[in-house]
Design a protein around this ligand. Sequence first.
Ligand SMILES: *[C@@H]1O[C@H](CO)[C@@H](O)[C@H](O)[C@H]1NC(C)=O
Length: 238
Amino acid sequence: MAGVNSCIKYSFFVFNFFFWLCGILILGLAIWIRVNKPEKEFFSDDSVLSNASGNTLIGVGSIIVIMGFLGCCGAMRESRCMLLTFFIGLLLILILQIMTGIIGVTHKEQYEHFLNETLHKNVHLLAKTDEKAKLFQKSLIIFQKQYKCCGLIDGASDWGANFQQNSESCECLDKTNSSCETYEGKLVYKQACIVHLKVLVRKQIMITIGIAFGAAAFEVFGLIFSMVLFCQIGNKCI
Ligand SMILES: *[C@@H]1O[C@H](CO)[C@@H](O)[C@H](O)[C@H]1NC(C)=O
């Protein structure tokens, strides 16, 4: 073939530069999660899940930064070695992604069961007064306000002796609303938060699947482009 098509070369460079920037952003987000630890108390006793998601983001961000760098440099320097490394790396990522997807789909029920068990296991924390329980309560209070629900599993009674001092976020403002009930002299939301939590988690899973499919499409383009460039460059390495 007669040399490198500069249109493909520079498109590939720009594409990978944005890819590299995204990787930097993801690393930033991972660090933010590490610092803020949002909503972790709902899902775990010892924040295993939030650490896992933080670590996953750090891993994904690093891989994207490396791949973006390889793509950018490989295109600009017209390096076959870098483009081949890029191609093999991207192919491995795509295969891994497909395998993870298959495992995820086949273990979906187990995951929902685990989530349900964890929430049932943690509901007793609402009626306790130690530090760990207080953290859990704080995140549920924020959740109750946002999703107009009260308690975790059975409703307001989950709060036990702590109900009165934490009732504000449970209280219905619209007195004619049929989704409210009276509990210990206060008008509170009837629905427990577990329903909303499960919907929220399911929504997050759907978003993850959407992102994975979108990423897979980009990866296929990346594979094609890097292979075309690789073939157009002669024998140059480095
Ligand atoms: C959730 O877990 C509780 C307690 O372990 C169980 O009684 C309930 O049936 C489970 N619900 C679902 C939808 O799996």
